[in-house]
Design a protein around this ligand. Structure first.
Ligand code: SF4
Length: 466
C-alpha cells in the first residue's frame, strides 16, 4: 500500500503508531494513553520493581479504582478489595501516576471517566488491562484491552507488541424504533455473528444509525465489540464527537486545530475493509439474552430457541447447556419471564443518557414486589448530573437502591450479587455462568428494558410502556 492509497480509519491509526515492524512478527506500537485500575496493575508494578524500572510516561498513565470499590459508603468489608485499592494508592504515589482515588470527585469506571475527562481523544492508541477498553473507540481511537504482562510492558516502554488485526466494517442501516437503542443494536449484531464472529478484527461502525447516535450510545456499541471477539471497535469522529469533547478538562487547549486534525481520522473514499457486515435495524425490537454468552440473544418478543432445531452438534450442546443453566424451556416466551433482580449500571450502560432512559420508564411507578433493583452510576460526574436532574429521587421513590459509582453487580463485588438460581436483568455486558454471583442467571438488556422489567417483575417489552 502506498501512502496515497485510500486507507481505512483503522489503517491510518495503526500506521501512525508503528514504532517498529518486521515481516512475520508482531508490530511494536506506540501507546498514547494507558488507563489502569486496581485489579490488573499490582503484578505489573511489582514487575517494574523487580527489574528496577520506572514508568516510562507517567503523564500518559491514569489510574482509577472501580472494580473493587464498594458502591455503599463506609469501610470496605472485603479484605482483598481493600488491599487492591490501597496497593494502587501506594503504587500511584511511588510511580508518579495521577490517581482518581476513592473520594476523588471525578472517580468512576475507567471507561466512563476517560471520555468524561477528555483524556480519550480521536486518533489515539489507548490501552487498559480490561477487555472493555474498546469503549474508547467511539471517539475514533484505537483502543483495546491488554493482559497484566502487557500492562508491565506499556509501563516500562509506552509501547506494545501487537499482531495487526483485520479491518471489518459493521454498517448499521435503517431506522430505530422508539424504545430500541444502541444496546439492542449490539446485542442483535452479537446474536447474528456469535461471540467469535469478529475474531482477529477491528470493527469500524458506519452508516446512518451510528451517525445519529450520541457519544453515550456510540460508547455502548463499541464497549461490547469485544463480546463478538473483535480486538476493538471504532467510529470515525464527527461534530457529535467534537461537541462532547469541547471544554473537557483534558481536551486540547488549541481545540480548533485539534478538530481540524481529527477530521482526517476517517476512512477514505475507495478504501477497502477486509470484511463488511451489514445490519438493518428497521424491524429491530428490544433485545435480551437467553443464554450464557452475549451472543445468545433474541428479540424480547421471541421464544427461547430449541436446541433440537440446531444441526451442528457442538452448537446444539452449547445451547442445551446454556438453557439448563438458565432454567429456560425451549419454546417458552422470553417476554413475561419472572425476574428477581435488576441491575442498571456498568461501563456499558451507566452514563447519564442510560439513567435518563431508565428514569423515564420508572417515573411515578414502583419496583415490583420481591424484585431488588440497583442503580449504580458510572462515575461521580454521572451521579451529580443525575441528582441535579432529580433522577435519583425517581429511582428511590420507585423503591430502587441508588449507589455510589463502581463496577458493582457487573462482577458481583462487595455483596452486590445475584443470589444462586435467581434471575437478573442487567445492563452490563457479560452473562457468563456465575458472572453476577455463583449460580446467578443473567438476561442482558438495555436500560429501557431493565427499567420496564423492574416495575413489572417480568421481562417486559418497554414499547408497551412508552
Ligand atoms: S463495569 Fe464490568 S465490564 Fe465494565 S470495567 Fe467494570 S467489571 Fe469490567
Amino acid at each position: 500500500m502506498t501512502p496515497q492509497s485510500p486507507r481505512t480509519l483503522f489503517d491510518k491509526l495503526w500506521q501512525a503508531h508503528v514504532v517498529h515492524e518486521e515481516p512475520e512478527t508482531p508490530t511494536l506500537l506506540y501507546i498514547d494513553l494507558h488507563l489502569i485500575h486496581e485489579v490488573t496493575s499490582p503484578q505489573a508494578f511489582e514487575g517494574l520493581r523487580r527489574r528496577g524500572l520506572r514508568v516510562r510516561r507517567p503523564e500518559r498513565t491514569v489510574a482509577t479504582v472501580d472494580h473493587s470499590i464498594p458502591t455503599k459508603r463506609g469501610p470496605i468489608q472485603d479484605a482483598l478489595a481493600a488491599g487492591q485499592i490501597s496497593t494502587l494508592e501506594r503504587n500511584a504515589r511511588e510511580f508518579g501516576i495521577a490517581l482518581y482515588g476513592t473520594d476523588h470527585p471525578q472517580r468512576g469506571i475507567v471507561h466512563i471517566i476517560g471520555p468524561e475527562l477528555g483524556l480519550t481523544q480521536p486518533g489515539m492508541t489507548i490501552v487498559c488491562g480490561d477487555s472493555h477498553t474498546s469503549t474508547h473507540g467511539a471517539f475514533g481511537a484505537l483502543a483495546f484491552g491488554i493482559g497484566t504482562s502487557e500492562v508491565e510492558h506499556v509501563f516500562a516502554s509506552q509501547c506494545l507488541l501487537q499482531q495487526k488485526p483485520h479491518s471489518c466494517e459493521v454498517r448499521i442501516e435503517g431506522k430505530l424504533s422508539p424504545g430500541v437503542g444502541a444496546k439492542d443494536v449490539i446485542l442483535a449484531l452479537l446474536a447474528r455473528i456469535g461471540i467469535g464472529g469478529g475474531t482477529g478484527s477491528v470493527f469500524e461502525y458506519t452508516g446512518p444509525v451510528v451517525r445519529s447516535f450520541s457519544m453515550e450510545e456510540r460508547m455502548t456499541l463499541c464497549n461490547m465489540s469485544i463480546e463478538g471477539g473483535a480486538r476493538a471497535g471504532m467510529i470515525a469522529p464527527d461534530d457529535t464527537t467534537y461537541a462532547y469533547l469541547a471544554g473537557r478538562e483534558f481536551a486540547p487547549a488549541a481545540f480548533d486545530g485539534a478538530v481540524k486534525k481529527w477530521g482526517t481520522y476517517r476512512t477514505d473514499d475507495g478504501a477497502r475493509y477486509d470484511t463488511t457486515i451489514t445490519l438493518d435495524v428497521t424491524d429491530l425490537g428490544p433485545m435480551v439474552t437467553f443464554g450464557t454468552n452475549p451472543g445468545m440473544g433474541a428479540q424480547i418478543t421471541a421464544a427461547v430457541p430449541d436446541p433440537s432445531a440446531i444441526g451442528d452438534a457442538s452448537q446444539r450442546a452449547s445451547l442445551q447447556k446454556a438453557l439448563e443453566y438458565m432454567g429456560l424451556r425451549p419454546g417458552s416466551r422470553l417476554s413475561g419471564h419472572p425476574i428477581d433482580v435488576v441491575f442498571i449500571g456498568s461501563c456499558t450502560n451507566a452514563r447519564i443518557n442510560d439513567l435518563r432512559q431508565a428514569a423515564m420508564v420508572m417515573r411515578g411507578k414502583k419496583v415490583a414486589p420481591g424484585v431488588r433493583a440497583l442503580v449504580v452510576p458510572g462515575s461521580y460526574a454521572v451521579k451529580r448530573q443525575a441528582e441535579a436532574e432529580g433522577l435519583d429521587r425517581v429511582f428511590v421513590e420507585a423503591g430502587a437502591e441508588w449507589r455510589e459509582p463502581g463496577c458493582s453487580m457487573c462482577i458481583a463485588m462487595n455483596g452486590d450479587e445475584v443470589p444462586a438460581g435467581k434471575y437478573a436483568v442487567s445492563t452490563s455486558n457479560r452473562n457468563f455462568e456465575g458472572r453476577q454471583g455463583k449460580g446467578s442467571r443473567t438476561f442482558l438488556s438495555s436500560p429501557f428494558t431493565a427499567a420496564a422489567s423492574a416495575v413489572t417483575g417480568r421481562l417486559t417489552d418497554v414499547r408497551s410502556m412508552l
